[in-house]
Design a protein around this ligand. Structure first.
Ligand SMILES: NCc1[nH]cc(CCC(=O)O)c1CC(=O)O
Length: 334
């Protein structure tokens, strides 16, 4: 008998250069899995169509709602998102089936003439559309003029030009995926510029029914197995803590909140900042959780480690809330 035709997986993606690069990586992994082939399905989201500032668009979900709708009505089988654009609230019927190995979560300063943040002249004009980046820039350098910008990575990089901006701040991961990391003049220390929750990570979303059953033998389980193999446990652990903090703070991706999780010998260290939008005040706090020792093959240990990471995010959020984070950053009011 000839081998069965591969199961064709339709991979939903936004059509930006960054999204196509990210999705291409995931599609290539699925294509290489036994029994699968992959094709891209381009979906236009509100975040691509509308040109207002991100804050005015309402923040949460502008880049993902159309992709989720396409998954739910069967126009695609998996959808690839930048995890930091994915709202923390669960979508009924969908799961984050894989979080591939995370790239560098840091933000990058892309300045003229190779300048670093400390070297920018007084009053320099720095572009970002992110309240989180704006507030931390101003906290580090109150003399800077922060300019609200939008657009894809290349559009933003082009704004660094005589008579326009002296610098922009972009995610290092996005620059790297586009082959533009050379434009970075400084990778900003998270102690100065705490990244967005989940920055640098991708989320592969799928219908719950397709992502379970990795142990079965039917054709559908080939997808479940491939997604499980694509998942990177340390990355999922880190972003679980970061997103638990974001959810507990009731902060969207447009909130002036930064957080960064890293694994150390002592356990998972979570460091977060909540800023007043003008950068005039910020709360920086950190907590560490000792995790149960890793046993990758034991599902209950994996679940216990994720639960501990989630609890760490909630705990650190509560520390911040007890210190006045909600009033400082205007959380829960949008
Ligand atoms: N909101 C836009 C967006 N979503 C994900 C990335 C970069 C890649 C990543 O963080 O994974 C970017 C661009 C940027 O912030 O510079």
């Amino acid at each position: 008998m000839p081998p069965p035709a591969p199961l064709a997986i339709r991979v939903g993606t936004r059509a930006s250069a960054l999204a196509l690069t990210q999705t291409g990586h995931v599609a290539a992994v699925l294509e290489a899995a036994p029994g699968l082939s992959a094709e891209l399905v381009r979906i236009t989201t509100d975040g691509d169509r509308l040109t207002g500032s991100l804050v005015a668009l309402g923040g949460t979900g502008v880049f993902v709602t159309a992709l989720r709708d396409a998954l739910l009505d069967g126009r695609c089988d998996v959808a690839v998102h930048s995890l930091k654009d994915l709202p923390t609230g669960a979508a009924a019927g969908l799961v984050i089936a894989a979080i591939p190995e995370r790239a560098d979560p840091r933000d990058a300063l892309c300045a003229r003439d190779g300048l670093t943040l400390a070297e920018l002249p007084a009053g320099a004009r720095v572009g970002t559309g992110s309240p989180r980046r704006a507030a931390q820039l101003l906290a580090a350098r109150p003399d800077l003029a922060v300019v609200d910008i939008r657009g894809n990575v290349d559009t933003r990089l082009r704004r660094v030009a005589p008579g326009d901006l002296d610098a922009v701040v972009l995610a290092a991961a996005g620059l790297a995926r586009l082959g533009r990391l050379a434009a970075a003049t400084e990778l900003l220390d998270p102690a100065v510029m705490s990244p967005a929750p989940g920055q640098g990570a991708l989320a592969v979303e799928a219908r719950a029914a397709d992502a379970t059953g990795a142990g079965d033998t039917g054709p559908r389980s080939a997808l479940a197995r491939a997604l499980a193999a694509l998942d990177h446990a340390p990355s999922r652990l880190a972003v679980t803590a970061e997103r638990a903090l974001l959810a507990r703070l009731e902060a969207g991706c447009a909130a002036p909140v930064g957080v960064h999780a890293r694994a150390t010998a002592a356990g998972l260290v979570l460091e977060a900042v909540v800023c007043r939008p003008d950068g005039g005040a910020q709360l920086r706090r950190s907590r560490t959780a000792a995790l149960p020792p890793e046993v990758p093959t034991d599902g209950s240990v994996v679940a216990a480690r994720l639960a501990a990471a989630h609890a760490l995010g909630v705990e650190l959020a509560d520390v911040l809330l007890a210190s006045g984070a909600a009033a400082l950053a205007g959380l829960g009011t949008r």
